[in-house]
Design a protein around this ligand. Structure first.
Ligand code: HEC
Length: 99
């Protein structure tokens, strides 16, 4: 499956949105993050349970994060079967807002 092309095509319009609309109160990815990621990464991305990396210090861009969330790495589970590609993009977009 050509994930690279799919991700590039799908991510490009999505990540232009924040510049256009001045910050919606709740990003769609926030709920997905709370449901799937908080137990290891914490609400602020810094929790570090099970050796999870601090998301506020991650240098990975949207593309790298989408790949990692979809396929997993080490103790980080793969979400490619539980989340749709669109949901992965949303949760990744939200993870990029964590500071
Ligand atoms: C079971 C615990 C667990 C859950 C749940 C989890 N992660 Fe992780 N995450 C990890 C671990 C452990 C790593 C470090 C992986 C490694 O490098 O071996 C990691 C790494 C990452 C990284 C890379 C950070 C970096 O730059 O090194 C990102 C981005 C990430 N997680 C996002 C997410 C998102 C988004 C979710 C929810 C969809 C999620 N994670 C759910 C444990 C988890």
């Amino acid at each position: 499956m050509n994930l690279r092309v799919a991700a590039a095509v799908l991510l490009f319009p999505l990540f232009n949105v924040p510049a256009a609309c001045a910050g919606p109160p709740v990003l769609p990815g926030q709920l997905l993050y709370q449901k799937n990621c908080v137990r290891c990464h914490g609400t602020n991305g810094k929790k570090g349970a099970s050796g999870a990396h601090d998301l506020t210090k991650s240098n990975l861009n949207a593309f790298g994060r989408s790949y990692l969330v979809t396929n997993g790495m080490g103790k980080m589970p793969a979400f490619g079967k539980t989340l749709t590609a669109a949901q992965v993009q949303q949760v990744v977009a939200y993870s990029l807002t964590l500071r």
